[in-house]
Structure formats: structure tokens, C-alpha cells
Write a protein that binds this ligand. Structure first.
Ligand code: ADP
Ligand code: MG
Length: 584
């Protein structure tokens, strides 16, 4: 193995003079008087390797020795990852004392002593390749597939496979042979270099169905596709983290991976303490059973932020290859980009816009491209849906991270300061936000078939009402209440109906926080019917009291169990209010 000597230190950037070959992204360990600090090669120039150290470099001096590993940053994959809390380097945070690891301490991501009940799927003489299912073990409620390691190239024949029974992850569960007759004993553990996408699938079609999140402003107005991508840019305090939490708790996915990247430590502590308590509305079990949390908080070294998003994505790809529907949430990808910027600046690279690295757009789009819906080699399907939060400084959506992400992600959920200030949560702006999937023929067909005939037209109608309402509001603001025709007030109040009943959603109410699609469709129909009704008003002053009553009753409906007695009671009340002014 190549060895090296520390030549220079600029914060987390360490220059190492090497005595042999090293490669881009290779991992090395810097010896700090017995403590080994993990670092990654980010650039090689002659016999100098530029490394980013994943820990504090406090105390490091020129002359310290370095050992290279010939391996890239990798994840260790196998049963036992569900419910775990990892840091960006996949250290098991439950195996440490206190909240953070001490320097130079790395823990095993898996548990070598636990016993798993293995049932074979492959048979002797089967031809297999990377990603093929050899067998399965139950992990919580997931049928965890043990696969041919993704790093094995070409085809192999199964020479032997163990009988159904209890095994440790390090036991040999199968032996495969290659064309030359060389034997490879396989266990339940495999490794993957996180910066490379796992490509053990047949094909990745364009997304053609939607993924329910339970969040109305997303599902009703701007649905995200299963295997699709979206992002939520928003200034500080506009509700990005709360929105990600509610999506993670309510979305219709088999498995949720949450990458908390560079955000405040207390939010992450909340995540850790809150999740184990929460019930999964879909399975009735605990949410944590289908969740993996990867966390690099603001007080951990910036270099590990980059690692954390890649580690999270690789874990998602691993579970996708088992035929699962995975949802990845990252909060916030801006912190990751800022870490890239810091390193790039320390290396004195030619900077791009706002001093971010020139290749930032490519880095972001390559990352988003790892999401997707796939057909596996055995014809089964799996998906990764990815939603990233972006925190543009000062809410400036023209800054490079937002702009680059906009090119990569297909859904744009823009959180607005105004809406947050007026407590209209989730603060997703209905006018600026969009879902490109809504324009796909496949998705339109899916929605019309699965929700209701003509559904897509209704969605566009609702969007139109919101836009016309905003225009009317702007005119009223300029010309005054009595300076505009009555119709303008009417348009404004119709958009208020959609806004207050569909868009505004209380993420802290046990019922309102998640709305099944069937209920969303029912409410949208109800509202569009009201919007289509002619009401009789003498002057604009009569609209506000009338619509306020309508809105109040509708909000009460949102808080009641769907189609329950209370719900129906409020619906009857609504009808009598509407009847007061309906034009016969
Ligand atoms: P960000 O991550 O964008 O900085 P947060 O998600 O932490 O913002 O939200 C900031 C605060 O806004 C929360 O602590 C909460 O008080 C309020 N908030 C955000 N979203 C909601 C919501 N859906 N319902 C009620 N309050 C919310
Ligand atoms: Mg936040």
C-alpha cells in the first residue's frame, strides 16, 4: 500500500506527499500519534495528494504519516440497517457514548453477532449476476434480499447455497463460481463505493405513476412521481424541515432514508427522540422500523456532509434492488454544496458563480439522477423518490445551488416567506411551484385512472382559480375594495377557499397532517363545485363574512375523520350556509 507524509494543513484540507500511486476518492488514514483520522483523496497532482479529513485536524503537524487503503469511501451493506442512526461515514451512532463519536473512532454499521433467518431463493447451478437475489431474511417487516455483490462483474454459477436456517451475517451462505472455475464464497455482507451509482438493474423507465405523500399541496396540485425527484427551496424558518418530517411520516413508501445534512443539532436530536415513538399510519407499527437516519449536523466536520448524502443514496439503491419503494429526504443539500465550496476554495481552484466549484451543476444533477424507478433483472420493480431541501441565502432563488437543483429536479416546491409569515403552512407557494410530472402523458393517464376520470383537468382548474385569485387580489390592492368590479372579490374568495382548505394543512394535528388521496379528491370536488356556483351578493362587503363562514366549516371538516358523523354534520352545515346565497 502507498504511504505518505503530511506536508501542509489548511483546516480540513491536508496535503500529503505520497511514495506510490493513489487514486481519486481513495480513503487514507492519517496517523495522529496513534489516533487514525479518516480522509478522502479529492485531487492528485504529481506526488501530492489533496485529502479532505472527515474529522477535526486539531494537533496535526507536517511530518505525520499517512496510510492509503486502495479503497474508495464505501458503505457496508447487509441486514440490520433498518432503524439505525448513522453518521455520514456510516458509523452506528447508537454504539457510541453520548451524542458524538470521539475522534478516530469508527464503529461497525452492522451487528456481526445477530442471527438472521435465511431462506434461499437461488438454487444450485443457477446462473447469477450482480444484484440477483440469493435468498432473504426478515428484517423488521421487510423481506431483506441477500444479493450477489454489486461489485462482482459478469456471470456466475451457484455451486452451493445453505439450507433455510439461522446464520450470522459473516457466515458463508452461498458459493458461486466464475467461467474459469474460480470459487467465491458469499456472505450476507457486501460493500459499495458510495460515489458510484449502483446499477444492478435492467432499465430505468420514465416515471409513470405518482407517490402519495399525504401532503395536499403536493399530491393534489403538484404530485411527485414514484421514482421522481423534487426539491423545496425556502429561506430560513419557512418550514423545510417540518415539511420533510411530515413527508417522512406519511408518504406511501416501504422505506424512508432521512439524510440530515448540516442542519442544527437540536433538530436532529428531535428526529432521534421523536421517531421511535411515532406510529406508522400505514402499517400500524412504529415509524422507526422503516426508517434509516443518516445525520451530519452543523457541528460535525463539513467534509462528512458530502459523505452523508452519498452514503444515504447508496443505502437507498441497495434497498431498491430488493424491489422496494424507497423515499430519500435530504435536509439540506445547500449545506453539502457549501462544504464543496469550502474545499474548492481551500484548494484555490478556479471558482464558479458565488465561489461554488465550477462543476456544481454536474455534481448535483449526477446525484439526482441516481433516483428513479427501475426494472430489476428478475422483472420486479423498485424505486427511489428523492426530495431535497435547499436553503438559499436570503431566499434568493437565483443563487447557484437553487438554480442547479432546478435543472436536476422535476418538482419545485418553493417555500415562501410571505406564506410562512402569515402562518399558511406548509408554505409552498401555489403559483411558483410546479411538477413537471403533471405534464407527462403517462402520469396524466395514471391520475385519471386511479383518482377519478377527468382528474387532471380539475387540478389545472384549481391552479387557474389560485392564479386568478392572486391577480384579483393584486388589483384590489392597487385600486381599492370598491375600485374593482364585484367579480374580482368573488375570484379572490374562491382562491381563498382552495388555499385555506387544500393548501393549508396542520402538520401537528393527528388527522389533518396526512390526507389520503381519496379524501383529497373528495375535498377538491367539493370546493370546485362551490367555485362553480353562482352566489348572490349586493356589495363586496357581503363576501367576506359569507366566505369566512364557509371556510371555517370546511376547516372543521379537515379536522374530522373522513365521512364520520362529525364530518357529515359539518358538511350539512356547509350546505345550509351555501343555500343562503345560492342563485336558484
Ligand atoms: P426551516 O427548516 O425552513 O428553517 P422549520 O421547518 O424549522 O424551517 O420551521 C420553522 C418553524 O416554522 C417551525 O419551528 C414551526 O414553528 C413553524 N412551522 C413550519 N412548518 C409548519 C407547519 N406545517 N405547521 C405549523 N408550523 C410550522
Ligand atoms: Mg430546517
Amino acid at each position: 500500500m502507498t504511504k505518505g507524509t503530511v506536508k501542509g494543513i489548511i483546516s480540513n484540507l491536508v496535503y500529503v506527499e505520497v511514495d506510490g500511486p493513489v487514486s481519486q476518492n481513495e480513503i487514507c488514514y492519517i496517523d495522529l500519534y496513534g489516533v487514525k483520522l479518516m480522509a478522502e483523496v479529492i485531487k492528485v497532482a504529481g506526488n501530492i495528494a489533496y485529502t479532505q479529513v472527515f474529522e477535526s485536524t486539531r494537533g496535526l503537524k507536517p511530518g505525520n504519516t499517512v496510510e492509503f487503503t486502495d479503497k474508495m469511501l464505501q458503505v457496508k451493506l447487509g441486514p440490520g440497517m433498518l432503524s439505525k442512526n448513522y453518521d455520514g461515514l456510516q458509523d452506528d451512532l447508537n454504539k457510541m457514548e453520548g451524542m458524538y463519536l470521539t475522534r478516530g473512532e469508527y464503529t461497525d454499521p452492522l451487528d456481526e453477532d445477530s442471527i438472521w433467518h435465511f431462506t434461499p431463493i437461488a438454487k444450485v447451478n443457477d446462473t447469477v449476476e450482480a444484484g440477483d437475489w440469493l435468498g432473504s431474511v426478515p428484517e423488521n417487516w421487510i423481506d431483506h434480499k441477500i444479493m450477489v455483490p454489486f461489485l462482482m462483474e459478469g456471470k456466475y454459477q451457484v455451486k452451493s447455497i445453505v439450507l433455510e436456517g439461522d446464520y450470522k451475517i459473516t457466515d458463508t451462505i452461498a458459493v458461486v463460481v466464475d467461467k474459469e472455475g474460480k470459487e467465491y464464497p458469499l456472505t450476507m455482507v457486501q460493500y459499495w463505493p458510495v460515489k458510484l451509482p449502483i446499477k444492478a438493474y435492467q432499465s430505468k423507465p420514465r416515471p409513470f405513476k405518482t407517490l402519495e405523500t399525504g401532503i395536499r399541496t403536493i399530491d393534489t396540485l403538484n404530485p411527485i412521481a414514484e421514482g421522481g425527484t423534487g426539491f423545496t427551496p425556502g429561506p430560513f424558518g419557512t418550514g423545510k424541515t417540518v415539511l420533510q418530517h411530515s413527508i417522512s411520516q406519511n408518504a406511501e413508501a416501504d422505506l424512508i432514508v432521512v439524510a440530515a445534512c448540516g442542519e442544527r443539532a437540536n433538530e436532529v436530536v428531535e428526529l432521534f427522540t421523536e421517531f421511535p415513538e411515532l406510529d406508522d399510519p400505514r402499517t400500524g407499527r412504529k415509524l422507526i422500523e422503516r426508517t434509516i437516519i443518516i445525520c451530519n449536523t452543523s457541528n460535525m466536520p463539513v467534509a462528512a456532509r458530502e459523505a452523508s448524502v452519498y452514503t444515504a443514496m447508496s443505502i437507498c439503491e441497495y434497498y431498491r434492488s430488493m424491489g422496494l419503494k424507497v423515499l430519500l429526504l435530504a435536509d439540506s443539500t445547500s449545506r453539502w454544496a457549501q462544504a464543496l465550496r469550502e474545499m474548492s476554495n481551500r484548494m484555490e481552484e478556479l471558482p464558479g458563480p458565488d465561489a461554488y466549484p465550477m462543476d456544481l451543476p454536474a455534481i448535483i444533477s449526477n446525484f439526482y439522477a441516481r433516483a428513479g424507478y427501475v426494472y430489476l433483472n428478475n422483472g420486479q420493480t423498485g424505486s427511489i423518490t428523492f426530495i431535497g431541501a435547499v436553503s438559499p441565502a436570503g431566499g434568493n432563488l437565483k443563487e447557484p445551488v437553487t438554480e442547479s437543483t432546478k435543472k436536476a429536479a422535476r418538482c419545485f416546491y418553493s417555500l415562501s416567506q410571505d406564506r410562512a409569515d402569515s402562518k399558511r403552512y406548509p408554505a409552498v407557494d401555489p403559483i411558483d411551484s410546479y411538477s413537471k410530472y403533471l405534464e407527462y402523458d403517462e402520469i396524466q393517464e395514471f391520475l385519471n385512472q386511479n383518482i377519478a376520470p377527468g382528474w387532471v383537468d380539475k387540478v389545472y382548474k384549481a391552479k387557474d382559480i389560485l392564479l386568478r385569485g392572486k391577480e384579483a387580489k393584486d388589483q384590489i390592492n392597487i385600486l381599492g375594495d370598491d375600485g374593482v368590479p364585484l367579480d374580482y372579490h368573488s375570484r379572490f374568495w374562491k382562491s381563498e377557499l382552495i388555499d385555506r382548505i387544500i393548501l393549508v394543512q396542520d402538520s401537528f394535528d393527528s388527522i389533518d397532517k396526512s390526507t389520503p388521496m381519496k379524501r383529497q379528491a373528495y375535498m377538491l370536488n367539493l370546493l370546485l363545485n362551490i367555485c362553480d356556483t353562482n352566489f348572490d351578493f349586493e356589495s363586496y362587503e357581503e363576501l367576506q363574512p359569507f366566505y369566512s363562514r364557509v371556510i371555517n366549516v370546511l376547516i372543521q371538516m379537515n379536522y374530522q375523520p373522513f365521512q364520520g358523523d362529525k364530518f357529515k354534520e359539518y358538511e350539512a352545515q356547509l350546505e345550509s350556509i351555501l343555500a343562503e346565497r345560492r342563485v336558484k
